[in-house]
Write a protein that binds this ligand. Sequence first.
Ligand code: 5GP
Length: 185
Amino acid sequence: MKKGKLFVISGPSGVGKDTIINEYLKNNEGMLSISATTRKPRKGEVDKKDYYFLTKKKFEKWIKKDNFLEYATYNDNYYGTPKSKIFENLDKGIDVFLIIDVQGALQIKEKINESVLIFIMPPSLEELEKRLKNRNTDDENMIKNRLKIAITEISMSDMYNYIITNNKIETSVDKLKMIIENEKN
Ligand code: 5GP
């Protein structure tokens, strides 16, 4: 049986990467990995669905137990990909999607060379700032920090296998679908 592929998606916070992947997964098979984080839940976020929301102590316990395929610190919080279920799904022939930051993506590429790295790029920094403000989930300081991180992330995007500039969600979903089909052939 053909194994599934591991797709790693990164891009600045607010760029629309979750929306693109979720739209893709509405009509295509695949498993979206649920990350663990020490960040506080945003309004409407549900534990074990959006993230495993952990205390710092528990996260560090998971690190010790070698539960993570990768983990990184982003904006003073831990974020990590739990190992469980990923290889199980790949072995079953199911594609697995990780939506993680640049540091995490590079760790995955080192461990799993055949993984495919896709970077979602904002049309411009001005547009990204507008989207972060419209999202209304972070205060002014946090937005400033996220924009600062975005600049570093964009500067590392040439390490990715593909770049999708997200002008319009539907077009980006089509592009993602083309990339995945191409990689699976
Ligand atoms: P947010 O706080 O906006 O949900 O996520 C902040 C950043 O952390 C985003 O770039 C997101 O993709 C990344 N992230 C989410 N889960 C993980 C993970 O498991 N590992 C790593 N390295 N980054 C993650």
